[in-house]
Design a protein around this ligand. Structure first.
Ligand code: NAD
Length: 488
């Protein structure tokens, strides 16, 4: 039996100017573990988006208003208070995330939600540390810089880490004094809506945080609205390109966190058991619906047989199960559409490589949930479709290699450049390879670790701009130079 839920799932509304409003059109949000409707969510149209943007604009532009008058210290305290309220409701939020996304409750409760809270607290601390500089230029001038908020920021969020990736944007946006209009993915709006309720409880002034739900049309309305100053987007590379084109007309600032096809490189001198664990977590954590998933596993040829035996042994033990069961480590694929996409890649893989584990849909207790076996292909070459394209599911390609130069060349022969990993006990080799990999993050002898203080983002078609850490502050501020004439 799939576990019964304790969380109350309410129908969605729009948060505009501090009030919850009913919308004109609605769509269903589905529980991917059962295929059943969880509740109805508003599909915000462009008039509703415009209303949210106007509220955000007013809250930002009104210099005598509550938000602009608030000291940086009080702004930080408010963000911290929101983090406290999220922590107080952590069990409910984790359950909502799992119901909506299908990820194991272990991940929602032990990883996603604690990091959401940590990220908000990290940026709460930044609110009082954003400053310009005085610069010595001429005796007859006083010259300095101001770091000012960008204005109204449109946040467009994907479905794989719904509240976590929202927090990566909400934290720096608010710490810098911007106002926001955010749109969660249509598949996973529930935790963002709950955050909206907690933001009101925390005491954010009306118009500072606005939430509009809906799909691509709602997203386009945000991108096209001329009163928005910046778009912070996480999602697919295809949509990222569309957003960049759409933002060009009004020259909005844009940061893009896009897809990946990350190489995970295992040399024969690695600690093999750790590398096997890293390879498994690198691809099957989050059902493989992870932008930095280690989906191309390069294993040195002389290690192939031993490594693949161990890998397949572990994968076979990792069967999908009820996402609400705390023991589950592989949940449900987010939607039927995504499951079909992944199955399509598995079929393509069967034609060009060797299927060595999984490959099938799994039915649990006769439910209509979207579960897939952990799947591994061997004998993959870097030019195959399954090695080049982002599958965004629990599908691993194993590629053999013979030497350092060859593996670096192949690892970099891909349009993406989000992350990479290297497994070796040779410290010099680890650093040399890390330096030459075209990736925003490189892990050595580990996989997938993140911290609020460390920047995350992509090279090449994995996007640009960095989230997390101090560098995100630069993306949510404008730099102004001021000259004061001290002469005559
Ligand atoms: P998606 O691009 O389909 O959708 C992302 C968001 O954009 C959703 O909110 C969606 O409604 C909205 N959207 C869709 N079309 C739009 C348009 N034309 N204009 C404006 N908004 C639009 O991505 P997804 O399927 O939700 O997420 C998976 C993708 O996200 C993967 O490619 C993954 O690699 C990427 N991702 C990247 C990171 C990162 O940090 N680099 C993190 C997580 C996910």
């Amino acid at each position: 039996m799939l576990t019964a839920t304790k969380s109350q799932v309410k129908p969605g509304r729009l948060l505009i100017n501090g009030e919850w409003l009913e919308g004109a059109q609605h769509f269903d949000t589905i529980n991917p573990a059962t295929g059943e409707v969880l509740t109805q969510i508003v599909e915000a149209n462009s008039a509703e988006v415009d209303k949210a943007v106007s509220a955000a604009r007013k809250a930002f532009d009104d210099r005598g208003g509550a938000w602009r008058k608030m000291s940086a210290s009080d702004r930080g305290k408010l963000i911290w208070k929101l983090a406290d309220l999220l922590e107080r409701n952590i069990d409910e939020l984790a359950e909502l995330e799992t119901l909506d996304n299908g990820k194991p409750i272990f991940e929602s409760r032990q990883v996603d939600m604690p990091m959401v809270i940590d990220v908000l607290r990290y940026y709460a601390g930044w609110a009082t540390k954003i400053h310009g500089e005085t610069v010595n230029t001429f005796e007859t001038a006083f010259t300095y810089t101001l770091r000012e908020p960008v204005g109204v920021v449109g946040l467009i969020i994907p479905w794989n880490f719904p509240l976590l990736l929202a927090s990566w944007k909400i934290g720096p946006a608010l710490a810098c004094g911007n106002t926001i209009v955010m749109k969660p993915a249509e598949q996973t709006p529930l935790t963002t809506l709950r955050l909206g309720e907690l933001a009101i409880e925390a005491g954010f002034p009306a118009g500072v945080i606005n939430i509009v739900t809906g799909g691509p049309e709602t997203g386009k309305a945000i991108v096209q609205n001329p009163a928005i100053n910046k778009i912070a987007f996480t999602g697919s590379t295809a949509v990222g390109k569309e957003i960049m084109r759409g933002a060009a007309d009004s020259l909005k600032r844009v940061t893009l966190e896009l897809g990946g096809k990350s190489p995970n490189i295992v040399f024969s001198d690695a600690d093999i058991d750790s590398a096997v664990r890293g390879a498994i977590n690198g691809i099957f954590y989050g059902k493989g619906e992870v932008c930095n998933a280690g989906s191309r596993l390069f294993v040195e040829s002389k290690l192939q047989d031993e490594f693949i035996d161990k890998l397949v042994g572990r994968a076979k033990k990792m069967q999908p199960a009820d996402p609400l069961d705390p023991k589950t480590r592989l949940g449900a694929i987010v939607s039927q559409e995504q499951m079909q996409t992944v199955l399509g890649y598995i079929e393509a893989g069967k034609k060009e490589a060797q299927l060595i584990a999984g490959g099938n849909r799994v039915t649990l207790d006769g439910s209509k949930g979207f579960f897939l076996e952990p799947t591994i292909f061997g004998g993959v070459t870097n030019d195959m479709k399954i090695a080049q394209e982002e599958i965004f599911g629990p599908v691993l390609s194993v590629l053999p290699f013979d030497d350092v130069e060859q593996v670096i060349e192949q690892a970099n022969s891909n349009p993406y450049g989000l992350a990479a990993a290297v497994w070796t006990k040779d410290i010099k080799k680890a650093h040399i390879v890390s330096r030459r990999l075209q990736a925003g993050t490189v892990w050595i002898n580990t996989y997938g670790l993140m911290d609020a203080a460390l920047p995350f983002g992509g090279f090449k078609q994995s996007g640009f701009g960095r989230e997390l850490g101090m560098h995100a502050i630069e993306h949510y501020t404008e730099l102004k130079t001021v000259w004061l004439n001290l002469g005559t």
